[in-house]
Design a protein around this ligand. Structure first.
Ligand code: FAD
Ligand code: 2HG
Ligand code: ZN
Length: 479
């Protein structure tokens, strides 16, 4: 271990004795994947990575680190969009990876619950639910890497919030290792449990600042027996919203996802993603609508296909939808979804971009997109707005791509101004500067402005009560 990284030698020896070679990484090559975030905004240092193989091992490791005053950074799949899971540059923060705590402890198709450990990858949780004839509905682009502990700790949203809610709504109980090493077992699988403060909700969205989520009871749902996906070119942002309303008014329960994409973003997909075919090229605005039902398909002029076609026809007559493609097979539906899911990757490949994960009341999404695009164009002529995302939740990724030909570093140097410009519009529309990705390290300096006064004071008092030494994920969430 390099000697400029001050982990007390006795602590390292104790951790090594406790965890063994699989549970404690110190080789620089092994540390490497844990040091930087997906967006490459941050690169930190750590003296070692702790990878406990059981809850008891984690609890003991936390006790040892607490006694030595050593700060800890929980890490799941390290897909955070806000630098939440990486250590700082000081070299003292120990990364704790939950990757080895990845068992499914129980699946109960009658209670409709799954008890899963924190390191279980989201896709594996979905697959296990499907294997039991059920659905775990949380779905997002990083689901092949993100973990149960990570999605709960960020209260992730994703593509199906419009129907099933955020990660918080999919959780019934938690098991947590507290900052002093105590284990709290709150793995109850109850639909009703009003017994004082709902402690489990304190840890959801806390981004690892209050303790380690080690396992959770997740809610399962009936699996879809019928689904339809429509990919539509729409006239403008208002038409996208009007189309959402048409579906909702006809059959709110049928809408599993309603996603907006700009022509620019779809163009990046076609340009950068292998096999990136777009069925309706050349439009300025697109929507992907996903309908699903757990009822057996009815066929004829009932069922989801009939609903999809009827709504699209009405919307075409109203001039809202300009053209539409319907997925005719599972493969076609997946290909249409791919256009949306690959947006983050396609945008990354196009060059430097500034992300704004913001939300407004659903009715204000057209105004958000239009006003912030115009304001950013005034700030940096030639800037390319790439808004996309969860229109059905009022959560638009109001992202901005560097002007063609502009130096990427020079563009990123304006990140603060760009984020402020978007946030001014968001504030005016009664929205939030952080919709689903969380605060992490990226947005801590906005907390005082947006959540100051009693709200931030209360958060700081909770933090001080649960983690009095301030050892859990320092520098994240709270300023
Ligand atoms: P990490 O990135 O490892 O950690 C995230 C935070 O949680 C950190 O603060 C970390 O310290 C903490 N943490 C992790 N595990 C634990 C634990 N067990 N106990 C306590 N704290 C813990 N997010 C959305 O909401 N919706 C999307 O649609 C979406 N799409 C994405 C698409 C891509 C391509 C990528 C790269 C990210 C996307 N995200 C999305 C970001 C999202 O935050 C993560 O995908 C996910 O929620 C984080 O899971 P993770 O396991 O990678 O957590
Ligand atoms: C998504 O919805 C993610 O794809 C990532 O939340 C958004 O890249 C982004 O800004
Ligand atoms: Zn998103």
């Amino acid at each position: 271990m390099p000697d400029d990284q001050p982990l007390p030698a006795p602590l390292l020896d104790r951790l090594a004795a406790l965890l063994g070679p699989r549970g404690l990484l110190t080789d620089p090559a092994d540390l490497e994947p844990h040091l930087a975030d997906w967006r490459a905004l941050y690169r930190g240092r750590t003296p070692c990575v702790v990878r406990p193989g059981s809850v008891a091992e984690l609890a003991e490791a936390v006790r040892l680190c607490a006694a030595a005053g050593t700060p800890l950074v929980p890490q799941g799949g390290n897909t955070s969009m806000v630098g939440g899971a990486t250590p700082d540059e000081g070299g003292r923060q120990v990364v704790v990876s939950l990757a080895r705590l990845n068992r499914i402890r129980d699946i109960d198709p009658l209670d409709m619950t799954m008890t899963a450990e924190a390191g279980l990858v989201l896709k594996a949780a979905q697959d296990a639910a499907a294997g039991a004839g059920c659905l775990f509905p949380l779905s997002l682009g990083a689901e092949g890497t993100a973990t149960v502990g990570g999605v709960l700790s960020t209260n992730a949203g994703g593509n199906t919030t419009v129907r099933y809610g955020n990660a918080r709504d999919l959780m019934l109980g938690l098991e947590v290792v507290l900052p002093d090493g105590q284990v709290w077992n709150g793995l109850r699988r109850l639909r009703k449990d009003n017994t004082g403060y709902a402690l489990r909700h304190l840890f959801v969205g806390a981004e690892g600042t209050l303790g380690f989520i080690t396992a959770a009871v997740l809610r399962l749902f009936p699996r879809a027996r019928e689904s339809e996906v429509g990919f539509c070119a729409v006239r403008d942002e208002e038409a996208a919203l009007a189309l959402f309303r048409r579906f909702r008014d006809r059959d709110e329960g049928a809408v599993r996802a309603f996603e907006y994409m700009s022509g620019e973003g779809v163009g990046f997909y076609a340009k950068h993603i292998e096999g990136g075919n777009v069925p309706l090229p050349g439009h300025a605005h697109y929507v992907l609508v996903d309908l699903a039902s757990s009822r057996p398909p009815e066929g004829g002029n009932t069922g989801l296909r009939a609903l999809l076609e009827a709504v699209l026809e009405e919307a075409m007559e109203a001039g809202e939808v300009l053209d539409a493609a319907i997925g005719e097979s599972e493969a076609q539906r997946a290909a249409l979804w791919r256009i949306r899911e690959e947006h983050p990757e396609a945008q990354k490949r196009e060059g430097a971009s500034v992300k704004n994960d913001v939300s407004v009341p659903v009715s204000k999404t057209p105004e958000l997109i239009r006003r912030s695009s115009e304001a950013c164009a005034r700030l940096i002529p030639g800037i390319r707005p790439v808004p996309f995302g969860h229109l059905g939740d009022g959560n638009i990724h109001m992202n901005l791509e560097q002007p063609v030909g502009m130096d990427g570093a020079a563009f990123l140097a304006r990140s603060h101004d760009i984020m402020e410009t978007v946030n001014e519009v968001v504030r005016d529309l009664g929205g939030s500067f952080s919709a689903e990705h969380g605060i992490g390290r990226l947005k801590t300096d906005m907390m005082a402005d947006w959540r100051g006064g009693a709200e931030l004071d209360l958060m700081q008092r909770i933090k001080a009560a649960v983690d009095p030494q301030g050892l859990m994920n320092p520098g994240k969430v709270l300023p």
